[in-house]
Design a protein. Structure first.
Length: 322
């Protein structure tokens, strides 16, 4: 069987050559087949390295694939796919792609072990800088929808902020992105330049408003296209969103793809396919410059803090009274 070839969309943000080059893998994870997923991640990472990408970003559950309802069978498989079982592969295959290999960092999401036979939904950066699975180096998904609550434990108050030569990055996982307080905390308190949003965002869900002749059978996909630009604009941060695409191998559930790059203005600069695998590469992004330009126009943070005050050391905000 011939090796799969990936469709690649490659663009440049500007004429400079010192900005961030980002690679987004709008790909599908096979379930249950962790070895096939590892092979795909490695081939994509190599391609990104060859094309001068600085940071390669992969979707949520890129090694394991998503859960399904046969609890015993699913848990048995997920135990073989948990990240701790594949550290040797990461060290021998992915880490050589760093530094002189071409990449500055590889952003993965997969399960890592928690207490009481549960898991964390963990996002982490492989950059040669230390223990990427340590608590302080991972972002453990905070908001857990539906079936994920049966297998994973919330990170609750977790955040991950990574400083790079290109800017400061914060992390969210899928459902997390719908919670504005978390986004505001990253933007106002941590002062990140970009959010790396890693997802297995579903496509299906119907909404119908018969009196107005409005109906959609892919409401979740519509929500993706609404929420990401709005949150990018109102928080004046970049969003590098990497989503899974295709159908779950057991349940048939469809993931809506649409990985892309949104500027601090909220405008989408490039977006991947809804239906098939596609790799996006954008070179020389001026991460800090674009954010500064938006704030020079209207600085929402300054205006926000005129009305809201910080609640001591809690990282929260409340309206000022009097």
């Amino acid at each position: 069987m011939s090796e799969q070839r990936f469709e690649v969309v490659e663009r440049s943000y500007g004429d400079g050559h010192d900005g961030l080059s980002i690679g987004l893998a709008n790909i599908h994870a096979a379930v249950p087949d962790v070895e096939a997923n590892k092979d795909k991640v490695l081939r994509v990472a190599r391609l990104f390295a060859e094309r001068g990408v600085d940071y390669a970003i992969f979707p949520e559950f890129c090694l394991s694939g998503y859960f399904w309802d046969e609890r015993e069978r699913c848990r048995e498989y997920m135990e073989t796919a948990v990240t701790e079982e594949h550290v040797g592969w990461i060290e021998s295959e992915l880490e050589p792609l760093l530094g002189s290999g071409g990449l500055e960092g590889i952003v993965l999401n997969n399960l890592r072990r928690a207490e009481d036979e549960s898991y964390y939904n963990a996002s982490f950066v492989i950059d040669g800088g230390g223990d990427y699975l340590a608590d302080e180096s991972t972002y453990d998904k905070v908001f857990l929808p539906g079936i994920e609550q049966e297998y994973t434990t919330t990170g609750r108050d977790d955040r991950l902020v990574v400083d790079t030569r290109h800017g400061r990055f914060g992390f969210t996982s899928c459902y997390d992105y719908l919670f504005g307080a978390l986004m505001r905390e990253y933007a106002m308190v941590d002062e990140v330049d970009a959010i790396i949003q890693i997802a297995s965002w579903r496509a299906e869900a119907a909404r119908e408003y018969a009196g107005l002749n409005v109906r959609t059978g892919h409401y979740y996909g519509d929500l993706w296209d609404t929420v990401v630009p709005a949150a990018s604009a109102t928080n004046q941060v970049w969003t590098f969103a990497c989503n899974a695409v295709g159908e779950h191998g057991i349940t048939g559930a469809r993931f809506c793809g649409g990985s892309g790059i949104w500027a601090p203005s909220g405008l989408c600069l490039l977006q991947a396919s809804r239906t098939h695998e596609e790799l996006l590469i954008v070179h020389d992004l001026d991460v800090r410059g674009a954010r500064d330009a938006e704030q020079d126009d209207f600085d929402y943070a300054v205006d926000f803090k005129e009305i809201y005050r910080s609640l001591g050391e809690s990282r929260g905000f409340s309206r000022q009274v009097g």
